[in-house]
Design a protein around this ligand. Structure first.
Ligand SMILES: Cc1cc2nc3c(=O)[nH]c(=O)nc-3n(C[C@H](O)[C@H](O)[C@H](O)COP(=O)(O)O)c2cc1C
Length: 395
């Protein structure tokens, strides 16, 4: 396979994930329909600067305006988008129960959070999203930098456009590395050992992305990946084998022990929701459970993450932290998740929209928007510290 063909194949995993070992060229040839040609990928954003928004949803509209259609569609939902919409709607199933006369001063409101031994400025962090070169010319670098400037944890995707070492250098703040398992266990070992050497403090095993995660709109537009696209963590010296070219889809609970042993780091399992699976992850040594449906980008027709959080927290019984993503757009969404028992929540698309609209400053702006909303809501909830939220704060 030529270098370019390999790279095109590799980026399929960037949230697209090669469905089989067949070269992506084959998949590309199937879309769009014969005779049609893919839309021009256009250019990724070069933006760098403060964002001016009153809420995160306005940022989505700004990002849609800035990015070429195919690049925006790259972030789209799977199938009919039912789960994607449900991820937002289901927050309305939980209403907040404020406490009054609690003698909470605005200055005393404290968003600091501890997660797996890390001290974080707030209980929100950046979820792994692959191929950020689709969004910004500097790909993951400004996202990591803006996240770090906010004092938040950055999770680098195994399918990043830039090498994990470069991403790590962009921020002194805490980082985790997310892996898509390769069929070759030596490559998995090599990846997690690189992550440890680069300063990542945990490995995230994504359990809910085993095949293509493209939106209908992205497919309709012909999967417009730019021709010069590269896969950051692949080492061409490995002779054409990439970290996700041969993605292993038959994951098992044994992979948790393997990753722990190979990396010497705690393992977070992302995308497990069934109580039995959660119990097995804990028995296998998982250090954190991440309730997620991949932002509705993988399997349509599953419940919203927030709808499954309470059961996950009850299953875990405090043995390890539980984190949640999918649909977080408001400070009150964070507060609802904390009240149901999450230690922290992650944002995927909001960080990408911030990246598109303002680079590192845009990502930092997303965090300051969420922090401002959280502070205002905590004052009105009569709660000074994030660790004080509990189920009595849900009506
Ligand atoms: C464009 C895109 C790419 C993604 N790539 C990855 C990935 O490489 N690894 C992963 O574990 N999750 C990936 N995700 C899922 C996110 O980590 C996260 O679960 C999701 O975006 C959360 O939902 P939200 O976008 O509503 O915040 C991706 C999501 C998007 C939108």
């Amino acid at each position: 396979m030529s270098r370019r063909a390999f790279m095109l194949h590799s980026i399929a995993a960037a949230g697209v994930l090669a469905a089989s070992a067949a070269p992506l060229g084959v998949a590309l040839a199937q879309h769009p329909a014969p005779g049609a040609s893919p839309v021009d990928a256009g250019k990724a954003s070069t933006a760098e600067g403060d964002i001016h928004i009153a809420n995160i949803e306005q940022l989505e509209e700004e990002a849609r305006r800035i990015l070429p259609p195919g690049r925006f569609a790259f972030m789209g939902p799977a199938g009919d988008g039912w789960t994607y919409r449900e991820n937002r709607r289901a927050f309305s199933d939980y209403l907040l129960m404020p406490r009054r006369l609690q003698d909470v001063a605005a200055e005393s409101i404290d968003l600091r959070t501890r997660l797996l031994g890390l001290d974080l400025s707030l209980p929100v962090f950046t979820a792994p999203t692959g191929a950020q070169g689709m969004i910004h010319v500097n790909a993951e670098i400004p996202n990591a930098r803006g996240t770090g400037q906010a004092g938040a944890l950055f999770v680098a995707s195994g399918a990043s456009s830039r090498p994990m070492e470069e991403i790590a250098q962009a921020t002194p703040a805490p980082k985790w590395f997310q892996i898509y398992m390769n069929r070759d266990m030596a490559i998995n070992r090599w990846l997690v050992q690189r992550a440890r050497a680069a300063g990542y403090s945990a490995i995230v095993l994504t359990a809910d992305a085993l095949g293509p995660g493209q939106s209908d709109e992205f497919i309709r537009l012909g999967r417009p990946f730019p021709p010069d696209f590269s896969a950051g963590n692949h080492d061409p010296a490995l002779g054409g084998r990439g970290n996700f070219r041969d993605q292993r889809r038959n994951l098992s609970f044994n992979d948790i022990g393997f990753l722990r042993e190979a990396s010497g780091l705690p393992v977070v399992v992302k995308g497990v929701v069934h109580p039995q699976d959660i119990r097995e992850c804990l028995s296998a040594g998982a250090s954190c459970i991440w309730v997620s449906n991949h932002g509705g980008r993988q399997m349509d027709g599953v419940p919203a993450s927030i709808s499954l959080l309470r059961r996950a927290v009850d299953t875990v019984e405090g043995r390890v932290p539980v984190v949640l993503d999918s649909g977080i757009r408001r400070g009150i969404d964070v507060i609802k998740a904390l009240s149901l028992g999450a230690t922290a929540v992650a944002i995927g698309r909001p960080a990408l929209w911030g990246l598109a609209v303002g680079g590192a400053a845009g990502v930092k702006g997303v965090y300051s928007q969420l922090a401002t909303e959280m502070r205002a809501a905590m004052l009105l909830m009569g709660v000074a510290k994030v660790s004080q939220f509990n189920r009595t704060h849900i009506a």
